[in-house]
Structures are given as C-alpha cells and as structure tokens.
Design a protein around this ligand. Structure first.
Ligand code: ADP
Ligand code: MG
Length: 313
C-alpha cells in the first residue's frame, strides 16, 4: 500500500469510532474547539534515520531544529500560533551523550525562538537508528483556522517563497557537497510561523497548507478537499535557479501554499510585502472542475509537462 492508500484505509477503518468534537484526519492538523471561541490544533511527524536524514550528513543540532520545524510548519499552515510540543526519541546504544545534548539544544533553540513549551514526550533505546517523533500543538481563535477544504472557484493561488531549494540541497548532499548553501537550507528549513499567524487573521485567505511533498502533489490535496481544479502558470512558479522540476516535484520546502479571494488579491499582496519585506508569488487560480486536477500553462498554452509523471511520493 502507498502512504496515501494507508492513510485512506486508516480513515475508513476508524469511521465507526465517535470523534467527539475532533476534526477528521486529512488536514495539516486536527482541530478541537476548547470554548471561548478558541481551538487547539495538533499534528505529529516522524523523522527516521536513513529515511528522512543521514546521520553522516547532518549535525545533531540541525536535526533537533528540523524535527520541531516541520511540525511548527503544520501548525502555521492552519493559521494558528504554535504553543507547545511533545518530543519522543529512540536512540541507538552507540550514540554519544554529546550527540543527544546537541540534538536537544537544536530543538530548544527553535522552541525558544517561538515560545513553544516542551510539555512531554518519551525516551527509549533503538536497534535501528535514531527515531524522532514530535507532536506540536497550536492555540487560537476558531475563526482564524485555515483548512485545505476552503478553496473557492476564482481564488488566486499563492506560494510564500521560492520553491525547489530543499530538492537542490538534497541533490548536493547526495553528490557529496554537504557544505553548499542549498544543503544547509535543506537541513535547516525555516517554518513560516509568523506568516501563518498573520495569514490566519486575513479573511480573504481561504485554503492553506504547507508544502512538504512538492507543489504538484500537495496542491491536489487542497483541490480534492475543496472539490475544484487549478490552473497554474509554469512561468510564475518561483523556481530556484529556474529549476521548475525541483520546484514542482521536490519536497520539504515548507513554504505556505494558500488561496485568496480574487477581489482582495492586489491589496493582499501589497500588505504581505509591507509586513514581511518579501513578496508572495501568484502562481495560478482555482477553477471549477469535476476532477481535482492541475492544468499547467506556459505562454497561455495548456501543456503536458514532462515532469508530470515524476513522482517519488
Ligand atoms: P503533512 O505532510 O501535512 O504532515 P501527511 O501527508 O503526513 O500530512 O498526512 C496527511 C493526513 O493524514 C494528516 O491529516 C495526518 O494527520 C493524517 N495521517 C497520516 N498518517 C496517519 C496515520 N498513521 N494515522 C492517522 N492519520 C494519519
Ligand atoms: Mg503539512
């Protein structure tokens, strides 16, 4: 079974268990109303040695930061401020105390930056590399929550930064150039926490998620849950070094992807630029469609890109 096949199976299997007020799986976080017009949002992500990272190509400190960063990114993608985290680690016997301390220092440094409290976890040994599991919890007003299901036909589609950096970094790491700028960014992604919280307060922002698997794959989650399609202008994609394939198919950029009410788009772009001193990129629009598919355009022509079949997820 594929990753997404298994998730669908889980969702179906648990369809007969009462969820109380918890939101169903499928978004970046689940959502729980806690009264007073507020919600908690929760997410969890695992990082497994030799699947998500090579211990020889990353420092313990960077890994600590990244373990929290990828989870804060999912909370930010809901438009909510992260407030707490739980950390579970399984460590092999051969690992030094030094490594463990540096890992924790990295995790702590990012937690401190965002005032995210560590409120629990688990510590155990491992026979197959380092395993890390992080839970992140956010808290905020219910009305700011941005769901993948909220895109509307006519919305403008945006990404909040360049894409493909992480893929180029991974390419450098595999070719032995672990010191490159891209490699460093791959190991140290910046979750767009302030941006997510700001976007959460904007009524014209409809659907939002973070890009962890690549635009071609991730945008389809929004389209599926919002029952629509998308038209994307390939030339408008902010592909680093002009590498559109890396930008569209590469994972782990952790940039926010969101849709905005068309009539508010221009003022929105100006406000974002003023607030963050960098632009958001308008890459396309949401269209009516029976299938949750992306149509790619270049110079106004509908194209079938060669990288369309390229899929490692
Ligand atoms: P993300 O990339 O935003 O972390 P994923 O692609 O990992 O999201 O997961 C998609 C959705 O499926 C999320 O809502 C997640 O909580 C849910 N999910 C993934 N794996 C499982 C699992 N084993 N059991 C229950 N829900 C899962
Ligand atoms: Mg996500």
């Amino acid at each position: 079974m594929t990753e997404f096949g298994l998730i669908e199976y889980v969702a179906k299997l648990f369809g007969d268990v009462e969820r109380q007020e918890w939101e169903a799986i499928g978004d970046d976080c689940t959502v729980l109303p806690i009264g007073g017009g507020e919600v908690l949002v929760m997410t969890t992500d695992m990082l497994q040695e030799d699947v998500h990272f090579l211990r020889s190509a990353t420092s313990a400190r960077e890994l600590g930061r990244k373990s929290l960063a990828v989870n804060l990114s999912d909370v930010a993608a809901m438009g909510v401020k992260p407030v707490a985290t739980l950390l579970s680690i399984a460590l092999p016997q051969d690992l030094t105390d030094e490594w463990a301390k540096e890992f924790l220092e990295g995790f702590h440094s990012l937690a401190k930056e965002h005032s995210v409290a560590l409120v629990g976890g688990d510590t155990t040994s491992s026979r197959a590399g380092v395993s890390i599991n992080v839970v992140a919890i956010g808290r905020g007003e219910a009305q700011r929550v941005k769901r993948r299901s909220a895109a509307q036909v006519g919305d403008v589609i945006y990404v909040a930064g360049e894409l493909g950096v992480s893929a180029l970094g991974l390419r450098d790491i595999f070719s032995g150039d672990v010191e490159s700028d891209f490699a460093a960014q791959h190991r140290n992604p910046r979750p767009q926490v302030e941006e997510g919280v700001w976007l959460g307060a904007r009524q014209e922002v409809h659907a939002m998620m973070d890009l962890s698997d690549g635009l071609a794959s991730d945008l389809c989650h929004i389209l599926k849950l919002s029952n629509c399609g998308a038209e994307i202008d390939v030339d408008a994609i902010p592909a680093v070094q002009g590498d559109v394939e890396a930008a569209v198919c590469g994972g782990e950029d952790y940039k926010l992807l969101f849709t905005v009410e068309e009539s508010s788009a221009e003022a929105f772009e100006r406000d974002f630029q003023l607030k963050f001193q960098y632009p958001v990129y308008r890459i396309g629009r949401v269209v009516a469609s029976a299938e949750p598919t992306i149509q790619w355009f270049k110079d106004g022509d509908n194209i079938t890109p060669s990288w369309r079949g390229f899929s490692h997820f």
